[in-house]
Design a protein around this ligand. Sequence first.
Ligand SMILES: [Zn+2]
Length: 316
Amino acid sequence: MSDLILEFKISALALYVAYRALMTNETPVACVFYSRESNKILSYGCNDTNKSLNGTRHAEFIGIDKIFQEYIPQEYHHDQEYIKSFFAKVSLFVTVEPCIMCSLALKQLGIGEVIYGCANDRFGGNGTVLSIHNDDREDVANNYNSYGGILRTEAVQLLRNFYIQENDSAPNPKIKKNKEIENKTYPPNLSFEQYMTKESFTSFYGPERCEKYYYVGINEHEITPKLGSGYFLQDLINIELIQQIPHIQELFVDGIVSNSILEKDLDLFLKLFYPVNESGEIDFENYKIIKIDDALVQPESLEHKKRRIEEASPCK
Ligand SMILES: [Zn+2]
């Protein structure tokens, strides 16, 4: 029986990074680049389009820049073969399906595989709008496998949290209510047939899940780490796992993080999501989620912002 526990754990890390972005008022979309070979998180990225005022600073590009800085020696920065052989062994875990721009960049780099949470309805380049990852017209050699639906509703839930915060800063702020995000159903799951071949589906999700591939109609059931059992996010992530994210301190305002800060932070993070039962249904009934109080969202200090901008390098 194929289990997807590792894939869920690494996806939970990407989700946590996205949550940290939310806590600094940035769009909660994030990714981690992971090496299956060395079981190591290579880098992470979260959207930086608001703070940098640069619409191309997507999570994927930030993570890619860090890989170039830390893993690709300078003399190979323009060596396509070297870069491709490096990225062929890298898996990207991202909370939202990569957009068309990022999908193209990932293809040029020769990324090994992509695993994502929810579909990107407007700009998705891995099957929703275009299928850059699986295009048989050009650059076929760099096609990559892309698998969605891992921690999908959680990715949507973070975006909902973000949008209610946005609404609150409108000229006539609404009364903040949990109701705005509580017990709200999610858009249907991917129609997997649209996104990948049957072979690709069964190689990743396992043949025993193949009824999900052929699902006709609206698929409201989530993928779970183990077929026949549900999950709760707290079973997938803990402080030890979070500490495997390189430069974790940069996710915190002013770069300060202690174990007790992390503990409290993880606790808050876990309260934002519903459990999923063994049938892949969201348990809205028995669990209450929280809305992040605006007071907890910390704007970045000027000094930190200055340092970050100085350290940032242009896109490779
Ligand atoms: Zn993008």
